[in-house]
Ligand binder design. Structure first.
Ligand code: GTP
Ligand code: MG
Length: 171
């Protein structure tokens, strides 16, 4: 028989790194070149079926990265089973912001939360500022999952959610 497991996932990261675009790619397999900045937060769901037929349903909170919404973030990461913290590989400052979110999660979120660091916009390789090596090294030191994606091409997007789904405890 198929067992369905439900998990709460929160996306965090600086404005314009592509959080909403990653969710749109994962949930609807679409991409917009001109996406409006998120106001407050958006809620979406999507399921993933693993090789053993386990179905994992993600309840996704796509938060707003603009500074004025920062104080609301705890409402979304509280009780979250997993977090995807996104930076833009073409913006060094966005990795620094991602590190700030990770420190906050490590202090304030559930201690069992699974955190995935995600470098988005790999289609803009020519404008890369953050090397794979430096991001991967940081992720290893902090015990985080790490990968790169392009919401535009779709590269790596489903893999993040599948990897998280595999890691989540299913009792
Ligand atoms: P906030 O809602 O303000 O926090 O921003 P966000 O992180 O949700 O960013 P959003 O998904 O709105 O994307 C911002 C801009 O980056 C949009 O113009 C997207 O089209 C673009 N974008 C997102 N992902 C990619 C990507 O993988 N490659 C490229 N080239 N552009 C991207
Ligand atoms: Mg958004």
């Amino acid at each position: 028989s198929r067992t369905q497991h439900q998990f709460k996932l929160v996306l965090l990261g600086e404005s314009a790194v592509g959080k909403s675009s990653l969710v749109l790619r994962f949930v609807k397999d679409q991409f917009d070149d001109y996406r409006e900045s998120t106001i407050g937060a958006a809620f979406l769901t999507q399921t993933v079926t693993l090789d053993d037929n386990t179905v994992v349903k993600f309840e996704i909170w796509d938060t707003a990265g603009q500074e004025r919404y920062k104080a609301r973030a705890p409402m979304y990461y509280r009780n979250a089973n997993c977090a995807v913290v996104v930076y833009d590989i073409t913006q060094t400052a966005s990795l620094e912001k991602a590190k700030t979110w990770i420190r906050e999660l490590q202090r304030q979120a559930d201690p069992s939360i699974i955190i995935a660091l995600c470098g988005n916009k790999t289609d803009l390789e020519a404008r890369r500022q953050v090397t794979k090596e430096e991001a991967q090294k940081y992720a290893e030191e902090e015990g985080l999952m790490w990968s790169e994606t392009s919401a535009k091409s779709g590269e790596g997007v489903a893999d993040i959610f599948i990897s998280i789904a595999r890691k989540l405890p299913k009792n």
